[in-house]
Design a protein around this ligand. Structure first.
Ligand SMILES: Cc1cc2nc3c(=O)[nH]c(=O)nc-3n(C[C@H](O)[C@H](O)[C@H](O)COP(=O)(O)O)c2cc1C
Length: 225
């Protein structure tokens, strides 16, 4: 695949075939992803790649705690609820996804079911938990570096025919993930990425999310001279 095919073709995948993903292929993808730049080449990230029974336990633990109303316990700072343009974009992609899935606005049951899929890691056969070295906690470079490697990972996976969705839902109950993935005490849980072979018949997988135009995002300075 050419670079443009990967970048323009990739989209978040929220429905997977149950087929397993070979460990060697995941190692290859991680190797590509880790070519991402990082602050001073510190490479502060690590990956816990989970499948099988441990992943089932994480799905069950997340589901149980979310249904019981246990407050989320992420290990990093989260900001205020989105407002303004950010809220509009959040609603925009939700509308696209619900539209594709045929979930009506007032269908509380279907909406709840959709949310619970996220806590089950979209039933993907593999989940990658990105952690970072706790000793680097407090530097904003650290989450930036995790984001860079995560972006490289999802694109590398796509180039090999695999789908992913970066998600916060999978690590909202971080103690569950920490326990069943055996995450070391010197690691902070940053994000989860569901990974597997896309189920082409799953309607939400066809959604191409919108982007604001480049001229809204970019300020060019000095070009007119
Ligand atoms: C930090 C981060 C957290 C995300 N969390 C979730 C999530 O919890 N649930 C979900 O369905 N998608 C999640 N996503 C996926 C985004 O919704 C998705 O990337 C965005 O809408 C753009 O769509 P695309 O990936 O298909 O281009 C997350 C993405 C990122 C980068």
């Amino acid at each position: 695949m050419q670079f443009d095919d990967v970048i323009l073709g990739r989209r978040s995948i929220r429905g997977y075939k149950p087929d397993p993903v070979p460990q060697e292929l995941i190692e290859e993808i991680l190797g590509l992803a880790m070519r991402a730049p990082s602050s001073m080449n510190t490479q502060p990230y690590n990956f816990y790649v989970i499948t099988g029974k441990p992943l089932e336990k994480i799905r069950a633990g997340n589901t149980e705690r979310m249904l019981a109303g246990v407050p989320q316990s992420r290990e990093f700072r989260t900001g205020e609820a989105f407002a303004g343009a950010h809220r509009e974009r959040q609603i925009g992609v939700a509308k696209q996804l619900f539209g594709a899935m045929g979930i009506e606005r007032d269908d509380k049951e279907a909406r709840q079911d959709w949310v619970m899929r996220g806590f089950r890691q979209f039933d993907a056969p593999v989940c990658v938990i990105i952690t970072y070295d706790k000793v680097l906690d407090g530097s904003d470079d650290t989450p930036f570096d995790c984001g860079a490697v995560a972006t490289a990972l999802v694109n590398a996976a796509w180039s090999r025919g695999l789908g992913t969705v970066i998600n916060s839902q999978g690590i909202m109950q971080s103690p569950v993930v920490r326990e069943h993935a055996g995450i070391a005490d010197d690691q902070v849980i940053m994000k989860s990425i569901a990974l597997g072979w896309p189920d082409e018949s799953f309607p939400a997988n066809a959604v191409v999310s919108e982007r604001k135009p480049v001229d809204e995002a970019a300020v060019f300075v000095g070009f007119e001279e």
